[in-house]
Ligand binder design. Structure first.
Ligand code: SAH
Length: 206
């Protein structure tokens, strides 16, 4: 087995883990609890039309590329760059850490989670587990996952995807926090005082 085929196998394990643990299982749980996951006028307004369109476009480009990457690897191999093996294995480690972190945070957020920006019926502000230290552990996990994938695939497409994902998350977080402040008011503002966005805050404001 060549190193390249091992990286391809790891790639699918890490992509499928996200699909199963962070899309399918949460969607089934949400359905049971009555949470709404489909985008509607309200969620598009919360996210902003342009950012929503950007996300849909990224999803379509990613899905199309995955098809080519799987069935016509010789076409995508032209986008391959040389990276030392050590860096590629380091990418595997951070992508795996991203999956674990993302999945744990999503389990803690439970029925308050949604792929769209939404306040659910009976929405509670979660401050437990990783949310006690940082406000966006799922996005932090996503950034680790996408950056790790970029490093170990050593493919220009996934490097660009990782950069676009980071830009998307940075733009979305502002809108998400605005929505949460509007809903939770002082409770969220006080929560912001003691937590960081992606990294724990070591110095409290108070
Ligand atoms: N930004 C968070 C959650 C992403 S899922 C993270 O990265 O972990 C997006 C949904 O989570 C949004 O619809 C928002 O309503 C909800 N949300 C974000 N932070 C929350 C919190 N601390 N408690 C409850 N819901 C939250």
């Amino acid at each position: 087995m060549t190193a390249e085929s091992i990286f391809r196998m790891v790639f699918w394990i890490l992509v499928l883990s996200i699909v199963v643990f962070d899309r399918i299982i949460p969607a089934l749980k949400a359905k049971k609890s009555g949470a709404k996951l489909r985008p509607d006028n309200e969620t598009i307004k919360n996210e902003g039309r342009r950012l929503f369109a950007f996300r849909v476009m990224l999803g379509i480009i990613l899905a199309s590329f995955l098809g080519v990457y799987t069935f016509y690897p010789e076409l995508t191999s032209r986008l391959q760059i040389h990276l030392p093996l050590g860096i590629r294995w380091f990418g595997v480690v951070i992508a795996a850490m991203g999956v674990i972190f993302w999945s744990c945070a999503q389990a803690v957020l439970d029925r308050n989670w949604s792929g769209n920006l939404k306040i659910q019926k009976g929405h509670k502000l979660v401050t437990a587990g990783p949310y006690g230290k940082i406000r966006h552990p799922i996005y932090a996990g996503t950034i680790l996952w996408a950056s790790g994938l970029a490093l170990f695939t050593a493919n220009v497409f996934f490097i660009l995807m990782a950069l676009l994902t980071i830009v998307f998350i940075f733009l979305r977080v502002t809108k998400e926090e605005k929505m949460l402040i509007e809903h939770f008011g002082d409770e969220y503002i006080e929560y912001m005082d003691t937590t960081g966005r992606y990294f724990p805050k070591f110095k409290h404001n108070k």
